[in-house]
Design a protein around this ligand. Sequence first.
Ligand SMILES: [Zn+2]
Length: 81
Amino acid sequence: MVSRGKHKVARLKGLGVKYGATVRKRYGTIYRLLKKKRRCPKCGSVKFDRQVLGIWYCSKCNYKVAAGTYDVNFERAKSKY
Ligand SMILES: [Zn+2]
């Protein structure tokens, strides 16, 4: 049997064949960053997720924090403001 080799990253659904390769690649990078599993800095739960743009929320301990649009980077946020 011929081994085909595994895809390194899973293909994204949603954009299909539209918008061109560059835009789809960019979208994929951002989307994966956004949907990455994160731990809540307060209780350590993985229920930590973005609620709306810039608002990150833990549904377990109700911890809410303002951070980046697509990623939580507390170090960068602290140094910036
Ligand atoms: Zn929490």
